[in-house]
Design a protein around this ligand. Sequence first.
Ligand code: NAG
Ligand code: NAG
Length: 396
Amino acid sequence: MQRGNPMQGQTVKRVCSSPLLVAVAAVLTIYLIPSPINPKPVRLSDHLPVLEGPLTINRNLQKVTKLFEGQILGPESFAVGQDGSIYTGSADGRIWRIKDDTLTYIARTGVEHQDCGLYALEHVCGRPKGMKVDARGDLIVVDSYKGILRVELETGRVETLLDSFNNSRFLFLNAMDILHNGTILISESSTKWERRDYRYEVIETNNLGRILALDPETRRAWLVADGLYLANGMTLTHDQNAILVAEMSLSRISKIYLTGRQAGQREVLVSNLPGYPDNIKPNSRGHYYVGLGSVRFVGSSPLGSFLDLVGPYPAVKRTVAKLIPAAMFDVFLPKHAILLEISDSGSIVTSHHDPGASTLTALSEAFQHGEDVYVGHFKIPFVGRMKSYELHTEES
Ligand SMILES: *[C@@H]1O[C@H](CO)[C@@H](O)[C@H](O)[C@H]1NC(C)=O
Ligand SMILES: *[C@@H]1O[C@H](CO)[C@@H](O)[C@H](O)[C@H]1NC(C)=O
């Protein structure tokens, strides 16, 4: 810079004011760009759960054996066939059979493409979620996008039973169960967000979830319940009089009665869970396994539980969603996996942990068949399996 330049003073001034200008411009830009989400204020609870009593930390989940590591991505949910074979679906849209510790490809729910498994193609390739073998021996599969499908297990033939409701195609179907009379019950997590955008659905905390029913013979579908907060896992109760629905984004499980004088009524079965409930499956002890997709408890995160902190402040949530790419939210997830066992009355009977998430980052589902408990999650690259006695040795 030349000495005595008449412009010098101005240059110095401009340099001094530019950080301020940049800051003002940045704030204005952040303020003006639309947020991808339209959140509601929610308060999950006044206090986070404490890991004591039935929630006391153990290392039971670290006993999981990893099967088919690297051969399968994201086995989320399981079903058992009439011959005892286990079925599951993967992130690339494929359905698999597990028999005699062999993994066999059965069918795919969407279109085949070399990049299936990637976020960008999920709605094309399909994303199989809840499944169950029906009385005919066919596998009924819920695909988040493709709808309710019937898979003939011998041939791999896939037939669509329902791909839309009320003239809207599905974006985010999740779990299912089948009543004794053949009616299929389905949980729909959102009517706004696609499954691949589940993080937005969680942070937005909207109640756009529903339970639908389908008569597979007539293909008639009807609404059982709506207004649910990210309706995720769902199971019939042991007596089939009601369903239990994980309302994931509110960290609670609701019960919706199907029959009797209470038909249509709903109640909150258990709330303020130590995490965000994913799939619910009955087990042989007369209880239910509830996988937690992520955890929230006293000490789970150095700053406190993120969704609990920002829940009441929609403006903060809107701004966070503008600034942080959704995929980066995962960086802040606590490293601790929990599987809960709850009773019909909603009390937490016991819990199984992987503190530090050394074996499992989180759980979508624990599915019991005989002595085996299959453990899945929508992002893990293996099928987890343990013996049910390994989960319950420490109890009387
Ligand atoms: C079907 O869609 C219409 C128009 O969007 C809406 O008014 C109606 O409530 C919907 N019915 C059900 C059962 O969702
Ligand atoms: C099966 O049971 C459900 C619940 O009680 C009922 O809504 C449905 O109509 C029944 N379906 C048939 C085919 O009877």
